[in-house]
Write a protein that binds this ligand. Structure first.
Ligand code: GDP
Length: 940
């Protein structure tokens, strides 16, 4: 730059010429005047002077800010499971970081400031918010910044700036900016210097940080010394594995400054305050801190707020968690105190360990299982199981009961193993125990069958009267459902329940009690429907027949006719070269009965009936009832072995110890062998006819099986559709049922008999009334069960159902019908039966027309011109064409017209044109008859 005039220089610098001249004068630089030249040297001198003079005024307002304050604030929320299940607590955490960098030279000047009372960085927070001051999770670059002051020996070169100093800093910054404008060059030089220094510092800091990390790693590897209490609070404040005293230094300086006073007071060894406000007790006051024998210090009851769940924070140390869990285990069994056992903070520590491998379960599958139960057994949701079934192509509902095999498929599909539960194992074990001992011949068991009124009852009564009762018990015989007679040639047991129902019912339960069927056919009546039925039943059961042609005393008796009718059915008498024994008897007169008994024995001989007499008894229930005085009474026909008083028996759903045994004469007996019927007292309930009876060694086992069977039955019943009278009527309508089964209970024997009689007489060829059970007394559970099994209606005459029966009936959807007037009862049943009859139709001729002429029309074909001579002709009714009063065609009308109009009907005396559908041969003189079908009300 060449020399310039003062004027030019003033313009360049931007100040008035006079002011410049003054400055030159003050600086002692001689310049002539405004137009005088200023040399380069003079300019530099002036600048030096000005700097000197201004320096005294603005010396502190250097070109750069003295302090720089950096603030950072982060918010986060922690969700923690509370100590109580289901309680979730949300804690919001605000982390404030504030760092102020001050120029070192300035700090030296302002040393006294550092001791000024500091405003805590953390402001008081609402109780629900916890402010935790934490050391920053620094990025490496930031780390260098943060650790920078540590190398400086000065304890205060890195201070926390209180709020009020910030304004001051701002002021300085403005001042500094002003100074910039004046002394740019100088500032630039200083900045460079500063930048160089900064770089150096960073390098040093980085080296230092590395060294520090190394040392920390080494410390980490060593067990934590018990005497370093900082560890606790450091880890408690969520800093993770900070274990050495160095870490205290790493804490925010703000915190350091803020707690300076507190630290001074603190007794040596106690942890520095981690500043979580009032909520936190002094660490020294916390009893939970415990020194382990190995020297490690753990916090047994870490505060929940100590363990932020933020991802940025390291997880708690394993040792801590294990210790807490161990402790929890030890204190768990606190019985009798009520309330939940206090689970220490494990919840906040996520004590649950997610299983890494799928859990394999062994699922025990009973014979049937509901989908919900199956899901529960596999510890999965029912929907999961349903999904599996869907995949298998099975639509199931949650409550659906599925069978064992299907369940097993689903279980293996879901990756579990299964075990089939054989619930019948116990029973099988019991039944496998067959009677030992030598088999000896046994008496035949006979059932008498035949058509109604052919004399079955009479025959049985006659035999019993003459063979059993005579003289044995003073003429008093008990009707126990079976009796045995002694003849010269052997013993015969008669089942005293004539009719096919009992026979088939027993067979339906798998009991084969009968060895020989005596088919009673009235000599004066011959083979009747039930005779045929009896033959079929006997054949189906594989039981040989012995025919008793009854009522031989009657003059109308025609045994030859019976013989021939039976031969048609394949029952051929020996006399005719067949293999069936025939005897001719009169139940009334008693003739031929001996011969009949003989023939039964002959037949039995052929069968070679044998059974072991020794060993535990097995038998079948012939009949059972609830006796008012004696409780459940069952007539048991022993089939093998010997039943003794005191034996424990199991029969169907019932069990019990044989308290007493009575024979058919009403006498007490102590034992009963094969084919001998006895009344057994002592059962828990009345078993059903046809139920098997077995002797069990253990009463407890008997009870178990009985209960198991009861449950099973209940389950099965639950699966079966319920029956009501309406359903039965519907079934009748649909032609599915032609037998109306009735279970009837009445107040007195007389009524019961009368009703049974009346109802039985209602039977017709189309609908039969079958009394499944009748008796005296209230309707009980067994009646309802019986009705349900037989799809019968339950009738109570002047009696009601007991509560158990009522409940069961409700469950089964079975309606109980109560009556107190017999004819009402009969009427109701009759109406029910009528409703069950097939509808009957009657034809009614409603009109007649005479064909007077036949026309052919291209549109309608053959049209008969008619005169309605009687009644009315309707277009839509069926017709018949008559020629000489003989029906030659039956069909319908195609058209009915009068004067070219289509009409619906034509009355007598009028003419009309009729087109017959599909018939073209109507001739003059024919008659067309119109009729309708009417449903006729049916009666029995
Ligand atoms: P069930 O219906 O087959 O049991 O026949 P019952 O034993 O009730 O007899 C029906 C009717 O036939 C009764 O009135 C008996 O008196 C009569 N009855 C039975 N057996 C004979 C017999 O041998 N001779 C005569 N005359 N009547 C008999």
């Amino acid at each position: 730059m060449t020399d310039v005039t003062v004027k030019q220089f003033a313009a360049f610098v931007g100040i008035p010429i006079n002011r410049l001249l003054e400055q030159f004068a003050e600086a002692g630089i001689m310049v002539a005047d405004a137009d005088g030249t200023v040399t380069e040297k003079q300019k530099v001198d002036l600048l030096a002077h000005l700097r000197k003079t201004h320096g005294s005024q603005l010396g502190q307002a250097t070109a750069e800010p003295k302090r720089i304050t950096l603030k950072r604030k982060t918010h986060s929320e922690i969700k923690m499971a509370g100590s109580m299940a289901g309680q979730v607590k949300t804690v919001s955490v605000e982390v404030r970081k504030k760092r102020t960098y001050v120029k070192r030279s300035l700090v030296e000047d302002e040393t006294p400031r550092a001791s000024e009372p500091q405003v805590p960085v953390i402001e008081p927070m609402p109780v629900t918010r916890i402010t935790a001051e934490v050391l920053e999770d620094r990025q490496p670059a930031e780390m260098a910044e943060a650790t920078k002051p540590e190398r400086d020996p000065s304890p205060v070169d890195h201070v926390s700036a209180p709020e009020e100093t910030e304004a001051e800093v701002r002021g300085h910054e403005e001042l500094g900016a002003e100074a910039h404008r004046h002394e740019e060059n100088e500032a630039e030089a200083r900045r460079r210097e500063e930048a160089e220094a900064e770089t150096r510092r960073r390098e040093e800091a980085e080296a230092r940080r590395r060294a520090e990390q190394d040392s920390r790693r080494k410390v980490m590897e060593r067990p934590v010394p018990a005497r370093v209490p900082e560890t606790i609070s450091a880890s408690a404040s969520g800093l993770g594995p900070t274990v050495s005293g160095h870490d205290v230094k790493r804490r925010s300086d703000a915190s350091e400054a803020g707690s300076a006073a507190a630290r001074a007071k603190r007794p040596p060894g106690s942890a520095p305050d981690t500043k979580v406000g009032k909520k936190r007790p002094e660490p020294s006051a916390r009893p939970a801190v415990k020194a382990r024998t190995d020297g490690a210090v753990v916090d047994l009851f870490p505060r929940r707020d100590d363990a932020p769940q933020d991802d940025r924070f390291p997880a708690p140390r394993r040792g801590d968690l294990q210790q807490v869990l161990d402790k929890a285990d030890r204190r768990k069994p606190k019985k009798g105190k009520g309330g939940k056992p206090s689970l220490p903070m494990t919840a906040s520590r996520h004590g649950f360990a997610k299983p890494t491998a799928p859990v394999m379960r062994e699922v025990i599958i009973p014979e049937t299982i509901s989908v919900a139960d199956l899901a529960q057994k596999m510890s999965v949701k029912a929907t999961e199981v349903i999904k599996v079934f869907l995949k298998m192509g099975l639509m199931v509902t949650i409550n659906q009961v599925i069978d064992q095999d299907t369940a097993a498929l689903a279980v293996s599909e879901m990756g579990h193993s299964y075990k089939i539960l054989n619930e019948n194992a116990l029973e099988e074990e019991l039944t496998a125990d067959t009677s030992r001992g030598e088999s000896l011949p046994r008496p035949p068991v006979v059932t008498i069958m035949g058509h109604v009124d052919h004399g079955k009852t009479s025959l049985l009564d006659y035999i019993r009267r003459t063979r059993v009762a005579a003289g044995e018990a003073g003429g008093i015989t008990q009707h126990i459902g079976a009796y045995h007679v002694r003849t010269a040639k052997g013993v015969i047991t008669f089942l005293d329940t004539p009719g096919h129902a009992a026979f088939t019912a027993m067979r339906a339960r798998g009991a084969k009690a009968t060895d020989v069927v005596v088919l009673v056919v009235a000599a004066d009546d011959g083979v009747m429907p039930q005779t045929l039925e009896a033959i079929q039943h006997a054949r189906a059961a594989g039981v040989p027949l012995v025919v008793a042609v009854n009522k031989m005393d009657k003059s109308s008796a025609d045994p030859e006719r019976v013989k021939s009718e039976l031969s048609v059915q394949g029952v051929i008498s020996e006399e005719w070269g067949g293999d069936t024994l025939f005897s001719y008897v009169s139940a009334k007169a008693g003739t031929g009965v001996d011969q009949l008994l003989e023939q039964i024995l002959v037949q039995a001989e052929v069968l070679e009936l044998q059974a072991p007499v020794e060993g535990s008894a097995k038998g079948v229930v012939i009949e059972s009832r609830l006796d008012k005085g004696r409780g459940p009474v069952a007539t048991v026909l022993i089939q093998s072995g010997t039943l003794r008083k005191g034996d424990v028996i199991l029969s169907g759903l019932e069990y019990g110890r044989v308290r007493a045994m009575l024979n058919e004469a009403g006498q007490n007996t102590n034992e009963a062998g094969p084919s001998i019927p006895v009344e057994v007292l002592g059962l828990s309930g009345a078993p059903r006819a046809g139920d098997e009876v077995i002797v069990v060694a253990d009463e407890r086992k008997a009870r178990e099986i009985a209960l198991f069977r009861q449950n099973k039955l209940r389950e099965e019943q639950a699966k079966k559709p319920a029956i009501s009278l309406d359903d039965i009527s519907k079934q009748f309508e649909a032609g599915q049922v032609n037998v109306l089964n009735v279970v009837m209970k009445a107040d007195v024997q007389g009524s019961a008999e009368a009703i049974v009689d009346a109802l039985t007489r209602l039977s017709t060829d189309e609908v039969q009334v079958k009394i499944i059970a009748s008796g005296v007394g209230g309707i009980n559970e067994s009646d309802v069960n019986l009705a349900r099994n037989a799809k019968a209606i339950v009738i109570g005459f002047n009696v009601r159902a007991d509560s158990v029966a009522k409940k069961l009936a409700e469950e089964e959807g079975l309606k109980l019908h109560y009556y107190s007037v017999i004819y009402e009862l009969i009427d109701h049943v009759k109406r029910a039966m009528v409703g069950m009859l097939k509808p009957e139709f009657k034809e009614e001729i409603i009109g007649l027309a005479e064909v007077r002429g036949v026309f052919r029309s291209p549109k309608f074909g053959v049209v008969a011109g008619c005169m309605v001579v009687d009644g009315v002709v309707r277009r839509n009714n069926p017709i018949r064409v008559l020629r000489n009063h003989v029906v030659i065609f039956e069909g319908a009308l195609d058209s009915l017209r009068r004067f070219k109009d289509d009409i619906a009907e034509v009355r007598a005396g009028m003419e009309c044109g009729m087109g017959v559908r599909n018939y073209n041969d109507v001739r003059e003189g024919d008659h067309i008859e119109v009729f309708e079908r009417v449903q006729v009300e049916r009666t029995l």
